[in-house]
Design a protein around this ligand. Structure first.
Ligand code: SIN
Length: 490
């Protein structure tokens, strides 16, 4: 099957510069870096490589724009975001083509990501006019208490490559709704989708006569080079990051110096529990959703399949049958259901994790190999008899591999689920509603899917506990992350 390239007319419209004060411009050093299609390893295009000076110029522009944007009426901020949502939706096909070209995911998934990303913009357009306060009489009866909210100030977002549009809108939309301005550093591997989206925002701001510097974008081949000067600048008031726990820890240390508000969506090691009373077919379908979205490259991907021994063989057979029907290929090719991993190192890591499980006695029931084709592919893989201490179980896989571990009691399942430093999401399949609530109490997690392999929703608080992060994105909580309160004693 031939590989459709990114349509020429889409490529021609893609901004490849830095967005500073409403202008696309080259890097001050003239440097660029290449963006690759992971399914072919071919270069899609070159993008301006921001310097430290460019980063500070972006922060200058967003800091100036903040004074104007915070004063814009909430209704106007709402309508601006709604106009961005409408335009994103009208251009969804082009956006999806860019997501696939630089990230590799199948077009159907890219379209779903664009719709998911647009939903954050729509949700926060609706919330912009609902920033509530509080008024009440003080308990002592001596005075009144009024609580008002204000935007925290200029914000900085560092976004990941696995959802280049949805993770950008999940940060930009609440920031703008709250009255904050934002500098975004998109992932080096996928800067094009953010640029496409930022151009939509730029156009809408310009058409409505709003401050151009509300959103700045600084792609860079070195996160440190742009992040360090921005984080050290006292004008910055908020940092939002999605990525690994290791990088999150280091960013938190930098943020501590400036006493910055932070939202940190970090790594996961999601347990997927299947109890003896589960609908096993529904669990297999849930597992497909929880494991194979973006070829397993999501923070919420099911990482460990913990299955009651009474249903383990049925579940494993169902998973092998379901994974066996998946078609691996270029994301833009007709019929593809699993795209490539993002880069060569990702395939090496997945290969090592599978080998480590096999060394400790696991059986490869499906896959366990690189398909014979160009690009960074790994076959959908099912492993059974996996040792609980194997790195395949203790580390985040970020690939299309499902290791199955068995348990015999609910207490054992909970202990296994909690036996990790992470706590982003868990999934559980059971027909017992009492058990579902017991699990919600006992499992150390920020999110729990009951009989569902998918929890993400723009209107719900997404985030984790333990080493999976701080703060929430989405829903009402996502807006509060960009607001300070002021309490008046009257
Ligand atoms: C992530 O993988 O970080 C986000 C996935 C989602 O929002 O569903």
């Amino acid at each position: 099957m031939s590989t459709p390239p990114l349509p020429r007319e889409v490529l021609a419209q893609l901004p490849t510069g830095l967005l500073v004060d409403g202008q696309w411009r080259p890097s001050s050093t003239g440097a660029t870096f290449a963006v690759e299609d992971p399914a072919t390893t071919e270069v899609v295009t070159e993008v301006a490589d921001a310097s430290a000076d460019d980063a500070l110029a972006a922060l200058d522009a967003t800091s100036r724009a903040f004074e104007e944007w915070r004063a814009v009426a909430p209704r106007e901020r709402a309508e601006t975001l709604r106009a961005v949502f409408d335009r994103m939706t009208a251009r969804a096909e082009e956006l999806a083509a860019v997501v696939t070209a630089e990230g590799g995911k199948p077009l159907a998934e890219a379209r779903a990501e664009v719709a998911y990303g647009a939903e954050y913009v729509r949700w926060y357009s609706e919330q912009a006019v609902r920033i509530d306060g509080l008024a009440r009489r003080a308990p002592a009866g001596t005075n009144h208490q009024v609580v008002m909210h204000k935007p925290v100030g200029p914000a900085y977002a560092i976004t990941p490559w696995n959802f280049p549009i949805a993770m950008a809108t999940r940060k930009i939309a609440p920031a703008l709704a709250a009255g904050c301005t934002m500098v975004v550093k998109p992932a080096q591997l996928t800067p094009l989708t953010t640029a496409f989206f930022a151009e939509i925002v730029r156009e809408v701001l310009a058409e409505r006569g709003l401050p151009a510097g509300v959103l700045a974008v600084v792609p860079s081949s070195s996160a440190r080079r742009v992040s360090e000067p921005i984080l050290a600048d006292p004008r910055l008031r908020k940092l939002s990051f999605t990525g690994s726990t290791e990088v999150g820890r280091s960013l938190l240390k930098s943020a501590a110096d400036g006493i910055l508000r932070t939202s940190m969506e970090l790594g996961g090691n999601a347990p997927f529990l299947v109890f003896e009373d589960a609908d096993v077919e529904a669990a297999v379908q849930g597992a497909l959703a929880a494991k194979m979205r973006n070829a397993g490259q999501t923070c919420v991907a099911a990482n460990r399949f913990l299955v009651h021994s009474a249903v383990a063989e049925d579940f494993a057979a169902g998973l092998v049958a379901a994974f066996g029907k998946l078609v691996v290929g270029h994301g833009a090719a007709e019929g593809t259901s699993v795209g490539p991993l993002i880069e060569a190192a990702a395939v090496d890591k997945v290969e090592e994790l599978v080998a480590a499980a096999v060394d400790r006695g696991a059986s490869v029931r499906l896959g366990g190999e690189r398909p014979d084709r160009r690009g960074y592919f790994y076959s959908p893989t099912v492993l059974t008899g996996v040792d609980r201490e194997a790195p395949t179980v203790t580390e985040e896989i970020f690939g299309p591999v499902a290791p199955i571990v068995t348990f015999d009691t609910e207490a054992e399942a909970i202990e296994l689920a909690n036996g990790t430093e992470y706590g982003l999401v868990a999934y559980a399949f059971t027909r017992d509603v009492n058990r579902a609530f017991r699990l919600a109490e006992a499992i150390e997690t920020g999110m729990l899917g009951i009989n569902r392999g998918m929890v993400s929703d723009a209107s719900a608080p997404f985030g984790g506990v333990k080493s999976s992060g701080l703060g929430r994105e989405g829903g009402e909580a996502g807006l509060e992350e960009y607001l300070d309160s002021i309490y008046l004693a009257i």
